[in-house]
Each structure stands twice: as C-alpha cells, then as structure tokens.
Design a protein around this ligand. Structure first.
Ligand SMILES: NC(=O)c1ccc[n+]([C@@H]2O[C@H](COP(=O)([O-])OP(=O)(O)OC[C@H]3O[C@@H](n4cnc5c(N)ncnc54)[C@H](OP(=O)(O)O)[C@@H]3O)[C@@H](O)[C@H]2O)c1
Length: 166
C-alpha cells in the first residue's frame, strides 16, 4: 500500500490559513516541506493550489482536487475525488496531502503519517483550521523545537507522528 502522509504547519489555535494565504513565513518550514515532498506526489485542494506563488511545485507530481469539470492547471493533474487523486499517484511511493482544511479532513482516516510544524502562536484572525486530531491514535516519532530568530517571527516545533496499530 502506498504510504499516505499529511504535512501541515499548524498554529497553537489549530489555524492553518488566513485570506487564502499561509499565516506567516517560516523559511525553515518551507525547507523541510521541500525536502520531504520533492520527488513525490502532492495532493491539494484548488484553493491551496491558487495560493502557491509560482504555481505547480517543481520536482513533484502536483495533483489538484476540484469538483469543476474542464479545468486545467499548468503542470498539474486535476482530479474530482480524493480516491482518484490517490490513484493518480500510481506506484509513485509516499504521497503527501498538503491541504487545505477539507482535504486534510478527508485524508485523515487513511493517513499513515503526519509531518506537522507547530507554530507557537495563536492567530486570532485566521479563517482556515486543521481538523481536530485524536493524538492518542498517533505516536510521536520526531520532536525538534526552534526559537524565534531574525528570519522566524514565532517559535516552532517540527513533529512527526505515525499511526498507532490498533
Ligand atoms: N498551514 C498549512 O500547512 C497550509 C497548507 C495548505 C493550505 N493552507 C491554507 O489553507 C487555505 C486554503 O485551504 P482551504 O481549506 O480554504 O481550501 P482547499 O482545501 O485548498 O481547497 C478547497 C477546494 O478543493 C476542492 N476539493 C476538496 N476536496 C475535494 C474532493 N474530494 N473532490 C473534489 N474537489 C475537492 C473543492 O474545490 P471546488 O470548490 O472547485 O469543487 C474545494 O472547494 C489557504 O489559506 C492556504 O494558505 C495552509
């Protein structure tokens, strides 16, 4: 079975976005995201695709979900269901669910792994939120904490979880 991984940057109040954009710029999170996802398929909702500053992410198979028909996004495979998006990965190995909110929610039950960046701030003006996670069903396998610095306005923690066998 192809491993399904969720990857997200989630604030202390579970926020992930505001006005169609990310909450803040964390260059080290971007670096981790690129390192983990390059060479793999990434599945995203069409609003997340539209938030990407340069369109399709290079070095990855970009799979965009929308219910609209006859729509094309440059450099992307367009799918109308999560099942067809996962099938479009073929035998491409680990597939990454990269948001947004509804897509994370749909993929949660099927996901094997979560790569989270916890942003240590509560963004009061956020409008998009990560689903509530029952962490008792997940085992933490990585925990790395970072302070603010001249390129990062908020402390943040890299966390990795694998689903516990039931
Ligand atoms: N912090 C993070 O890690 C992170 C990651 C990703 C995104 N974000 C943020 O989240 C926000 C965007 O996320 P969002 O939740 O608003 O939107 P989204 O999930 O990116 O896109 C939602 C759209 O995806 C399509 N879709 C979703 N599931 C589908 C399915 N099963 N079948 C067919 N189409 C499906 C629908 O498009 P149609 O309406 O066309 O049918 C739906 O309206 C932005 O602010 C972005 O910056 C943050």
């Amino acid at each position: 079975m192809t491993p399904i991984s969720i990857i997200a940057a989630v604030a202390d109040n579970n926020a992930i976005g505001r006005n169609g954009q990310l909450l803040c710029r964390l260059p080290n999170d971007m670096k981790r995201f690129k390192e983990l996802t390059t060479g793999h398929s990434v599945i995203m909702g069409h609003r997340t695709y539209e938030s990407l500053p340069k369109g399709a992410l290079p070095g990855r198979k970009n799979i965009v979900l929308t219910s609209q028909s006859d729509i094309h996004y440059v450099g992307c495979t367009v799918c109308n269901s999560l099942a067809s998006a996962l099938a479009a990965n073929g035998d491409g190995g680990e597939v990454f669910i990269i948001g947004g909110a509804g897509v994370y929610g749909q993929a949660l039950e099927a996901a094997d792994k979560m790569y989270l960046t916890r942003i240590r701030h509560a963004f009061a003006d956020a409008d998009t939120f990560f689903p509530v996670i029952d962490f008792s069903r997940w085992e933490e396998t990585e925990w790395q904490e970072f302070p603010t610095d001249d390129r990062h306005d908020y402390p943040y923690t890299f966390l990795t979880y694998i689903r516990r066998k039931e």
